[in-house]
Ligand binder design. Structure first.
Ligand SMILES: Cc1ncc(COP(=O)(O)O)c(C=O)c1O
Length: 511
């Protein structure tokens, strides 16, 4: 084979046929959909750039309520988290009197466990040892003494990376023996995207909207038995508090779910979004422990948490961890092998994760400021959760369940049949049409319910409750005006019996 510089009569305008085209693209990549950063969000970005270049719009700013990114919505970082990470990144600051001693101690401890005492070196693939130990101590304390072994803790690049790694271990088989993964509907689209990418079989179990998005055990059983006809259900995914649905699961419900997983030998993947606005929050692991040793020593459970969710909202650090329980020891070695291919999660994210599980103690200098900042975030979220629910429920044709936890509302919207027909003629989901119009008329960017999955014939959108209370109020009032205009624009002289799943009473004032 002879390397040559190309034909002499090379025409620079001629484009060679590409090796990678839509026709040759990995079909699993083509199948992936991720609404949270989908077409509406791309359009919002275009509009925002247009506004900056002076394009006239009926609004002056785009409000991005599409993604749970607290800092992007103006939330201030927790000082202690940033102090420790800053000290780890630039250890010269350890001599500065500006930084409190407790932050310096934390940073020194983390640095000691980092190769070369630098955040810039790789860590072990499972993560920095002292961070793993701190996480295990935190979990033990959180669960009032239920033991956590640091050997079962793995640092991850956000929760997303941990979820993907565990799913990769679980998916196998062909035809009827292909792995089935049970996911809630509505779901966070990471799950459906990962299932498509890995060619697993998706098994939908529907949350009960009429009962505050409760997880109904009979529905789990229905979904499981139906799926068993064509695949091998092996995995049960739980999101608590719900994303996009915002419900917090009761202890009874968690017990039922764990019992079901035990009976059917399902591997449980549990993502803990941490924030409970006003409901009591129960850890799956603690409930499992209380169910007795037969359950605690057998149910295979992987729990995920990250710096993105919870009061810190540090999404950009991409810190996260998972705790795995009852995983086969040989499989555990395979997991370490898989993680080691990617070397390690960002060490700065690991440092941030460490501060979150190891915050200032009562006797330490940063305690007062830390507690004030943490409470301020959590109190504001609880306030915004009830504000959102209250204003949305005052709009005819919108019904919103209480936002018990996390940072999202997922209201049901009534879409008049003429609007549904218009959307269908445009090959668009009706709630996509609704959200597009909302964006174009008001600058508010939310995500259509169809991107998360919903019962056929019902329509929703997901919005975050993260903007400041003032901004959130403006957003909700604008949304209200838009919705009333939308209903009027598509109103019919003779109201029809609404299509299946749309509640007739939704067009009236909700209770
Ligand atoms: C259920 C669920 N899983 C995963 C993620 C992604 O989290 P991370 O930023 O930790 O990867 C989110 C973010 O909102 C989520 O709600």
């Amino acid at each position: 084979y002879k390397l040559h510089t190309g034909p002499k009569d090379h025409d620079p305008a001629r484009m060679r046929e590409k090796t990678l085209t839509m026709a040759t693209l990995n079909p699993q990549v083509k199948a992936v959909e991720y609404a949270v950063r989908g077409p509406i969000v791309i359009k919002a970005g275009d509009i925002e750039r247009g506004l900056q270049q002076g394009v006239k719009q009926p609004f002056t700013e785009v409000i991005k309520a599409n993604i749970g990114d607290a800092h992007a919505m103006g939330q201030q970082p927790i000082t202690f988290v940033r102090q420790v990470v800053a000290l780890c990144c630039f250890p010269e600051l350890l001599d500065s009197p500006t930084f409190p001693d407790d932050a310096k101690q934390r940073a020194q401890r983390i640095l000691q466990d980092c190769g070369g005492r630098s955040l810039g070196s790789y860590s072990a693939s499972q993560g920095v040892e002292c961070v793993r130990k701190d996480i295990a101590d935190y979990i033990t304390h959180r669960d009032q003494g239920v033991p956590s072994d640091w050997n079962n803790i793995y640092l991850t690049t956000g929760a997303s990376d941990g979820i993907m790694s565990i799913l990769k271990l679980l998916v196998s088989g062909q035809g009827r023996s292909r792995t089935g993964v049970m996911i809630p509907i509505p779901q966070y689209p990471l799950y459906s995207a990962a299932i498509s990418e890995l060619e697993a079989v998706r098994i939908n179990y529907y949350l009960d909207e009429a009962n505050c998005w409760a997880l109904d055990i009979e529905e789990l059983q229905r979904a499981y038995l139906t799926a068993k006809e064509h695949c091998q259900p092996k995995v049960l995914c739980i999101i608590n508090p719900g994303n996009p649905t915002g419900q917090v699961q009761s202890k009874k419900c968690i017990e039922e779910v764990l019992h079901f997983a035990y009976e059917e030998n399902l591997f449980v993947m549990y993502h803990d979004l941490k924030i409970s606005n006003y409901c009591q929050f129960h850890s799956f692991k603690k409930v499992l422990y209380e169910m007795g040793p037969e359950y605690f020593n057998n149910v295979e459970l992987a729990s995920f948490h990250s710096t993105s969710k919870g009061y810190t909202g540090e999404c950009g650090f991409r810190g996260g961890y998972m705790e795995v329980l009852n995983m086969d020891t040989q499989v555990m070695a395979q997991l370490v092998k898989l993680l080691s291919v990617r070397l390690c999660p960002p060490v700065s994210g690991q440092a941030a994760m460490d501060v979150i599980v190891n915050p200032p103690r009562e006797h330490e200098p940063s305690y007062a400021q830390f507690t004030k900042e943490k409470s301020s975030v959590l109190d504001a979220l609880a306030h915004k959760a009830s504000l959102t629910e209250q204003i949305l429920n005052s709009v005819p044709g919108i019904k919103c369940n209480p936002v018990q936890g996390a940072m999202y509302a997922f209201p049901q919207i009534f879409i008049p049949p003429p609007a549904i027909q218009e959307a269908q003629s445009l090959s668009m989901a009706p709630d996509m049409l609704y959200c597009l119009k909302l964006l174009e008329e008001t600058g508010i960017c939310v995500v259509p319910g169809s991107g998360f999955g919903q019962k056929e014939g019902t329509y929703h959108f997901r919005m975050t409750i993260l903007p400041s209370p003032e901004k959130l109020k403006v957003l909700l009032e604008k949304l209200k005006e838009f919705h009333l205009r939308f209903l009027e624009e598509y109103s019919q002289p003779e109201p029809q019996i609404t299509s299946q799943g749309q509640h007739r009473e939704m067009s009236k004032q909700p209770d």
